[in-house]
Design a protein around this ligand. Structure first.
Ligand SMILES: [Zn+2]
Length: 184
């Protein structure tokens, strides 16, 4: 996970953008690794999934005083500040998955997520209380499936075929990147 415990919470005004993966499940985008959260087409509100208990995520008995995400916990919607390059090594804080896999047979889709509300910003990524799907990526080597195009339209997410273009047009802004590099 890109953000460990103990990262300083930085209040952010407005929306913050970042990169992440989703799983294409039927006609929905879901969180691929935690909690099997189904993303709605509009705003998504994070809840604390607590800790992994046997094979399932167990809710915390007590909600966080300050809300979700809590710095000491791992809740909230995750995003990375840097997009990995296709064919290159993973950037720091990136999930070790190459964007060339996006939209392919493993049903994982890479894209841009917009976070808002309470945000915890770390050096490599953020966790946010609110999130929505902003853009999806399908590499130029692959023809996007009808299903994926339909789902992208349903979510109001533009489909990019050019990773640098998506990074430049939809990636985190300079202010976010500056804040992320503040010494904790
Ligand atoms: Zn939590």
């Amino acid at each position: 996970m890109p953000i460990g415990a103990g990262v300083v919470a930085e209040p952010i005004v407005g929306a913050v953008r970042g990169f992440r993966w989703w799983r294409l499940t039927g006609t929905s985008l879901t969180s691929p690794w935690r909690g099997d959260v189904r993303w709605t087409r509009e705003d998504n509100l994070a809840s604390c999934l607590g800790r992994r208990w046997l094979l399932r995520w167990k809710q915390h008995g007590v909600p966080h005083d300050r809300g979700v995400p809590e710095p000491e916990c791992s809740c909230g919607f995750y995003a990375m500040l840097q997009a990995p390059t296709e064919g290159g090594d993973a950037a720091p804080g990136c999930w070790p998955l190459n964007p060339s896999l996006s939209g392919g047979p493993i049903a994982l889709v890479f894209g841009v997520v917009k976070g808002s509300g309470r945000v915890i910003l770390g050096e490599y990524g953020w966790r946010a209380e609110h999130a929505r799907v902003d853009a999806l990526y399908v590499p130029p080597s692959r023809t996007p499936s009808e299903l994926l195009l339909t789902v992208a339209q349903m979510y109001g997410a533009e489909v990019y075929r050019d990773l640098p273009a998506m990074r430049d047009e939809r990636g985190p802004d300079a202010l976010t990147m500056d804040l992320a590099r503040l010494p904790a």
